[in-house]
Design a protein around this ligand. Sequence first.
Ligand code: ADP
Ligand code: MG
Length: 162
Amino acid sequence: MREFRGFSIDDFSEITYAMVKPDAMCLFDEICQDIERRGFEVLFWQVYQLSRDLAECFYSEHKDKDFYNRLISQMTADPAGILILEKKGTVPCFQVWRGTIGSTNPEFATEGTLRHFYSQKLFGGAEAYKKGEATNCFHGSDSVASVIRESNLVLYNIMMNS
Ligand code: ADP
Ligand code: MG
C-alpha cells in the first residue's frame, strides 16, 4: 500500500464544478442526459436553492460589476442544479466543460455548445440574456483552483444545511 499524502491539485483536474442556472432547471433531466452523452460522468447532482450569502460569496470576484445584483437575483430566484462532473483525459476537465458550454454571452456561443442550444430552446436566442431577462443557463469553473474553491464552498454549504 502506498502512503497517503493527501490530495494534490492534479487530482482536481479530472473533475469540474458546474451548475444549471435556475431558469434552465425546467429542462434539468434532459440537460443531465445531454451532459452524459457528451462524455461527462455526473459524480454528484443536487437540486439546491442558493442563499443570498452563498451566491454573494460564490460570485465575490464580480461584486463591483454592473451586472452583479442581477446575477445574484437570478441565481437565488429558484433552485439551481449543482453538478460535479468527471471527464478523464489530457485536457483538464474544467477546460473541456468550458468549451462544451461555450462563451459567456450566448450570442457568441457557437452552435453545438450548451449555452447556444439551451438559450435557443428556452428563450428563443440570446436576446433575453442581453436584455438581462434570462441567464446563460450554465456555470463552469474557470481553473483548477476555482474547481476546488467552488466545489468546497457549495458542497460544504449543502452539507451544513441538510
Ligand atoms: P462565466 O460564467 O462564463 O465564467 P463570468 O465569470 O465572467 O462568466 O461571469 C459570471 C456570470 O455573470 C456569467 O455567467 C453571466 O451570468 C454574468 N455576466 C458576466 N458578464 C456579464 C455581462 N457583461 N452582462 C451581463 N451578465 C454578465
Ligand atoms: Mg466565471
